[in-house]
Design a protein around this ligand. Structure first.
Ligand code: ARG
Length: 459
């Protein structure tokens, strides 16, 4: 097939080269953006007198028809035309004849592809931000029902101190809030127009980049044509933010997996979000959180892949940069799916309050509060720590909880212990007592919920 760049060549392209060189198998995802960019470009060419109004109308009509026909499957892409840009141009030629050739005036695929990527990522990041917000809403919804639900909080995966389940869930709200803020901030660097940079140095035609920026909704224009065509920071940044977000999703998933194990039984995921075993009839497996945890790896991989591709690339465009696309598309698709499934999975999970409570009722996660109690009665903290440690060891040996020790038993360790010890170390009180800002007390958690709700209601 004749190439759009065939003038300088005397031989046909080697078939393997054609396959390796082509990106159409994946960059067809940029169809909408490529058409949108071309329409803005040709509008500008006409307004600047570089093509006539008549030519511009013809080209725009043609582009719309090509768009339609591609969507309807009436025409198809070909490897011989390499990428989305040249496939569209060639189909446009079939549609309207030689005037199609005027579309590419004052433009190169280098600034064209960069423009498409910016448009694509802007749309996707905005969409992902909406999905992230629904995950936050699901968290707030569950949290608001569990302010008074108490479970053990862990450090080193050992019981540490009892916490409100709402407090535990809301920790993820704030992680996702930072993810959202990072994404919102990245839009500043995504929403910049490369078009007009030409292949590298600009163009000899009297174009108007501001007009194009305005039509495409860009807030700014790259001030340097060489930077415009070589910059892929905005994709690296997206992949970094996506990696951090996936890391959060993965940590939450891991907790859901642990919590739904037979050993914990703190939550039960809805049947609709679990699968069975082909051999063991009793199994209900948390495949979805496992997949979310697992998919984190590929997103990190895409980040490393692109950083490595770009490392040491001289200015400006190099074909290496065609490798920027698949990882980006896959990350967008992975994140979209992850966030879409996470919200309903969180909303529908059953929280087994009683099991959570029994866990804290019978463990030693109130030991800090026994020590603090002794401190309030005048014992120095270090000494109180030692006394409490001995009391815990004794209780473990007797297979009792600290709440089950009698006053006589406490006297072996300290004569400062009184009847009020029992109220001070029961789980409800242990949680309520952590009433400083950011603490797990019901009062503080309610304040936190209000803050979260206020954030969700903004804009
Ligand atoms: N398909 C190419 C890419 O995605 C478009 C840019 C090609 N430019 C070039 N000078 N060969 O990177």
């Amino acid at each position: 097939m004749a190439k759009l760049w065939g003038g300088r060549f005397t031989k046909n392209t080697n078939e393997l080269v054609e396959q390796m060189n082509a990106s159409i198998t994946f960059d067809q995802k940029l169809l909408d953006e490529d058409i949108q960019g071309s329409i803005a470009h040709v509008n500008m060419l006409a307004r600047c007198g570089i093509v006539t109004e008549g030519e511009s109308e013809k080209i725009k009509d043609g582009l719309k028809k090509v768009h339609q026909k591609l969507n309807d499957g009436e025409v198809s892409y070909s490897i011989a035309h390499e990428d989305i840009h040249m496939n569209i141009e060639s189909l446009l030629h079939d549609e309207i004849g030689p005037v199609a050739g005027k579309l590419h005036t004052a433009r190169s695929r280098n600034d064209q592809v960069a423009t498409d990527m910016h448009l694509y990522l802007k749309k996707q990041v905005q969409h992902l931000m909406g999905l992230l917000k629904s995950v936050q809403e699901a968290i707030v919804k569950q949290a608001s029902e569990h302010v008074n639900t108490i479970l053990p909080g862990y450090t080193h995966l050992q019981r540490a101190q009892p916490v409100s389940f709402a407090h535990h869930l809301l920790a993820y709200f704030w992680m996702f809030q930072r993810d959202l803020e990072r994404m919102a901030d990245s839009l500043k660097r995504i929403n910049i127009l490369p078009l007009g940079a030409g292949a590298i140095a600009g163009t000899t035609f009297p174009i108007d980049r501001e007009m194009v920026a305005e039509e495409l909704g860009f807030d700014a224009i790259y001030p340097n044509s060489m930077d415009a065509v070589s910059d892929r920071d905005f994709i690296v940044e997206f992949l970094s933010h996506a990696s951090i977000l996936m890391m959060h999703i993965s940590r939450l998933s891991e907790e859901l997996i642990i919590w739904s194990s037979q050993e914990f039984q703190f939550v039960e995921l809805d049947d609709a979000f679990c699968t069975g075993s082909s051999m063991m009839p009793q199994k209900k497996n948390p495949d979805i959180p496992e997949l979310l945890r697992g998919k984190t790896g590929r997103v990190y991989g895409h980040l490393m892949g692109l950083l490595t591709t770009l490392k040491g690339l001289p200015l400006t465009y190099n074909k290496d940069m065609q490798e920027d696309k698949e990882g980006m598309f896959d990350t967008v698709e992975t994140l979209t799916m992850a966030l879409e499934v996470l919200a309903p999975m969180l909303l529908t999970m059953e929280v087994k309050k009683e099991n959570m409570y029994q866990a804290v009722r019978n463990d030693y996660s109130n030991a800090t509060d026994l020590a603090d109690y002794l401190v309030r009665k005048g014992t120095p903290f270090r000494e109180a720590h030692e006394i409490t440690g001995k009391a815990v060891l004794y209780a473990i040996q007797k297979q009792k909880s600290l709440l089950d020790l009698s006053l006589e038993e406490y006297y072996q360790f300290s004569n400062l212990v009184d009847n009020d010890i029992y109220a001070a170390i029961e789980p409800e009180q242990v949680v309520a007592a952590r009433n400083n800002m950011g603490g797990t007390s019901q009062e503080q958690v309610k304040k936190q919920l209000e803050m979260a709700e206020q954030i969700l209601n903004e804009d």
